[in-house]
Design a protein around this ligand. Structure first.
Ligand code: GRF
Length: 195
């Protein structure tokens, strides 16, 4: 499948996907000048910046995004630091073929600043979730989850670092399974078909 990675941050997950030879044909960032674009450039992957400030509203932004994805023949999406909610037309175009990674054990701490909010809440365990996209916020069927113990002296940075290491392992694995059409969705449950 031809994949697009949707990004907007430092690009460590994109780097992990590239290192795992995920078939990323296009990288789309919602922010200019982010590290993820440099990671894409270094790997010789085509880049596209779609800045929301250039569009009057979310619907028009997503229409432009969908048009570009289609023009590039993109068949699947991996969201890795793309901090925007996608509207139903985009989600429906890629239903069952779009993955997101989130730094919490969903459904806890959906949305922005999940690591900071988990620490402030005082949780003893948090983790990483890789899930399929649906029309809600970080709410689609779960592919992988892995827990991490919070240490008494953890800061947002130290905890993020441990979570990232897990993300970098789980996200390429999920992309590979979806690419091989081995993720079987039954309602909210996602099963992995063995080879
Ligand atoms: C990751 O922590 C991911 O869970 C969240 O955004 C962050 C992206 O980091 N969705 P990076 O750009 O891959 O380094």
């Amino acid at each position: 499948m031809r994949w697009a990675a949707l990004v907007g941050g430092t690009g460590t997950n994109l780097g992990a996907l590239i290192a795992a030879e995920a078939p990323i044909a296009l990288v789309v960032s919602h922010k200019p000048g982010v590290g993820a674009l440099d990671v894409a450039a270094a790997a010789g992957i085509e880049r596209l910046v779609l800045d929301p400030r250039a569009y009057p509203d979310r619907d028009r932004y997503d229409a432009a995004l969908l048009e570009r994805l289609r023009a590039h023949g993109i068949e699947a999406l991996v969201l890795a630091g793309f901090l925007r909610i996608l509207t139903p037309p985009v989600v429906r175009a890629y239903v069952g073929r779009a993955l997101n990674v989130h730094p919490s054990l969903l459904p806890a701490f959906q949305g922005l600043h999940a690591v900071r909010r988990a620490l402030r809440y005082g949780v003893k365990v948090t983790g990483v979730t890789v899930h399929l996209l649906d029309e809600g916020l970080d709410s689609g069927p779960i592919v992988f989850q892995e827990a991490v113990a919070v240490r008494p002296d953890d800061t947002e940075d130290s905890l993020t670092e441990r979570l990232h290491a897990i993300e970098h392992r789980l996200l390429p694995k999920a992309v590979r399974l979806l690419d091989q059409e081995r993720l079987i969705v039954a309602g909210r449950r996602v099963h992995i078909r063995e080879d």
